[in-house]
Design a protein. Structure first.
Length: 273
């Protein structure tokens, strides 16, 4: 049975099936030049058989396909996102399944790598997810996830400072509902969740996704960075946009672009069996 948090995430991503991939592919990792998807794929290379938990519209799996992975699979709560993923030519042979990471529809020892980009931290009952990942991974298989960081740079923290009071104005019945699990956003918490399933301690790699762009584009990307923005009504959004553009005007570069960054962490481990 799906939880209230899972129902919320499914409904949100059915309405906005490409929101996450547009956000991530709009930016480049600072000092690297690649997308965060490409960095994550590199950290588990070479992997022939890859499963993506919370695969969304298939953007990350497409990176693995272009990199030569032989067998690709993904699972997601959102039929709308999966429909987009199935339209990708690179994923014509991928096994894309509607389902929960706590109940994976795959055989034991099926994958060399399991990955998840900005989804593991939103999953209920992460110990169940860890047990399922351990079950479907081959011995010494890799598990790597990107999770959100506590900090951001440039215009991004300005957006959040302005938005938080408006989020608190939203009636309880309209507020964003997603898991209150916090361990899976922290290194120590991830180790706590994964160790009983047989995983080694994670390596931890913080980096920034540079979202610098024209002010209106940064506004849109900031909105897509936080689920709670979707709960604001038109009047609140209009107030927020006006305040955001005014407050960030001093940050603009000489060519009119607005610096913004999203800080994330990449955790990687392997199965000790």
């Amino acid at each position: 049975m799906t939880s209230a948090a899972e129902n919320y995430l499914r409904e949100y991503h059915d309405r906005k099936p490409d929101a996450m991939s547009v956000l991530i592919e709009s930016g480049r990792v600072t000092g690297d030049g690649r997308t965060s998807y490409e960095v994550l794929a590199d950290r588990v290379a070479p992997a022939r058989r890859v499963l993506d938990l919370g695969c969304g519209d298939g953007a990350l799996l497409a990176v693995f396909a272009r990199g030569g992975a032989e067998s690709l699979a993904g699972v997601d709560l959102s039929p709308g996102q999966l429909a987009l993923a199935r339209r990708r030519p690179e994923l014509a042979g991928a096994e894309l399944r509607h389902g929960r990471a706590q109940e994976l529809p795959f055989e034991d020892d099926s994958f060399d790598a399991v990955v998840s980009h900005m989804a593991f931290m939103l999953m209920d009952n992460p110990e169940e997810v860890a047990a399922e990942v351990a079950r479907v991974l081959a011995p010494r298989g890799k598990f790597a996830v990107v999770v959100g960081g506590p900090e951001s740079t440039g215009a991004t923290p300005v957006f959040l400072e302005l938005a938080r009071p408006l989020f608190r104005e939203v009636p309880e019945e309209r507020r964003a509902t997603y898991t209150a699990e916090r361990r899976t956003s922290r290194r120590e918490g991830i180790d706590e969740v994964l160790a009983p399933a047989g995983f080694a301690p994670v390596s931890w790699e913080p980096y920034e996704i540079d979202l610098t762009a024209a002010p209106d584009e940064v506004w849109t990307l900031c909105c897509e960075s936080y689920y709670s923005t979707d709960t604001l009504d038109d009047a609140q959004l209009s107030r927020l946009r006006s305040a955001f553009l005014a407050e960030t005007e001093p940050l603009r570069t000489a060519d009119g672009r607005l610096p913004a960054g999203l800080c994330v962490n990449l955790a990687k481990t392997e199965l000790l069996k």
